[in-house]
Design a protein around this ligand. Structure first.
Ligand code: NAD
Length: 336
């Protein structure tokens, strides 16, 4: 019988790629999503879909009784700025919703049942803060600067507790800035979607301050593979914060200026760049050391930045053309 995977947030950007990969690997896939930011069109054919809030009793019952081997928990309120303006809303989804699923996964193991492994979409970009000099390793001090980062760290602490106290298998993947087809402008690598749309609208790309702020951009299909390996690899039982956490990035710091240049190359479109004043409080540098994922999960990113941006731009060009009722605007892959 096929193994069973539950993907929360499977109508979203990263979750839909995770669901695609688990289906391709022969798993029976069930998706929970309340479509807050996800789209029906992202749902893969062949997955069973439940339109549910992760904080609901119905979602808990599904996790408890569904006989899943693995839960890939990606559903979240993902907007860092929204978490600042409405931390209660953020915590209801990102803390209480996650706890609801962990409690249900624990309950699944009672009696003759067994608990699924829980793989959680945490963040590398919003966890370590400006407190440490990048690239960050998993054991570095955490200094989340937003309620979003605090919520992700809280869930990691809960997972360490569930592992220790209840033997629940938990893995936290700390994603860097994930970009790729289906991405949302509000996510942690939103700049890629914004730049793609600017190019397609024939408008300049805006960089703030010097444009030398750095991020670690990782392609979504590489991130999906990290989820697959985290969900299926043999891992020793551990129950401490950081022990079952893996950074998922590239280890490469890319400045906004370099990102714009790589996108121009990938898209095959020369586009002007306009400068705007620096934004106060913006994180200046971010990158993750990924050796642990390589050693313990056998995972390394495989898609380079220009290739990933080319595929991402092609996706936005097709969506743009559909919206305009024409064919994709030229230049995609011109530099391939
Ligand atoms: P996304 O918004 O595309 O996906 C999140 C999904 O969760 C959406 O489909 C949304 O409808 C769903 N959702 C939101 N609240 C829900 C709720 N209460 N109940 C059920 N479903 C709900 O975002 P994404 O970029 O694909 O992010 C996926 C995960 O990865 C999130 O946990 C996010 O915090 C994490 N993450 C993303 C990045 C990034 O760069 N995109 C970086 C670090 C971590």
């Amino acid at each position: 019988m096929a193994k069973r995977a539950l993907v929360t947030g499977g109508a979203g950007f990263i979750g839909s790629h995770v669901a695609d990969l688990f289906l391709a690997e022969g798993f029976a896939v069930t998706i929970i999503d309340n479509l807050a930011s996800g789209r029906r069109e992202n749902l893969p054919a062949g997955a069973e879909f439940h339109e549910l809030d992760i904080a609901s009793a119905d979602a808990a019952a599904l996790v408890r009784d569904g006989g899943f081997d693995v839960v890939l928990h990606l559903a979240a309120q993902i907007d860092v700025r929204k978490s600042v303006t409405d931390p209660m809303f953020d915590a209801r989804t990102n803390v209480v919703g996650s706890l609801n699923l962990l409690e249900a996964a624990r309950a699944a193991g009672q009696g003759s049942g067994r608990s699924p492994r829980v793989v959680f979409a945490s963040t590398g970009g919003a966890l370590y803060g400006d407190f440490v000099t990048p690239p960050a390793v998993e054991t570095y001090a955490k200094d989340p600067e937003s309620p979003y980062g605090i919520a992700k760290l809280s869930v990691e602490y809960y997972m360490a507790y569930y592992a220790r106290q209840h033997g629940l298998e938990c893995v936290a993947l700390r994603f860097a800035n994930v970009y790729g087809p289906r991405q949302d402008p509000h996510g942690e690598a939103g700049v890629v979607a914004i730049f793609c749309n600017r190019i397609l609208d024939g408008r300049p790309m805006t960089t703030f301050g010097t444009g030398e702020q750095t991020r670690d951009y990782v392609f979504v299909k590489d991130v999906a593979r990290a989820n697959f390996l985290a969900g299926t690899a043999e891992l020793p039982p551990v129950g401490m914060l950081d022990a079952r956490a893996f950074n998922v990035g590239t280890g490469i710091e890319t400045s906004v200026n370099a990102l714009a240049a790589a996108l121009i190359e990938g898209a095959g479109r020369d586009t002007p760049i306009e400068r705007a004043p620096a934004r106060p409080g913006e994180l200046q540098r971010s990158a993750l050391v990924i050796d642990k994922a390589a050693e313990q999960l056998g995972w390394r990113p495989q898609v380079g930045l220009v290739d990933g941006l080319r595929e991402t731009f092609a996706f936005f060009a097709e969506r743009h053309a559909r919206a305009c009722g024409g064919s994709p605007t030229g230049g995609v892959g011109a530099s391939a």
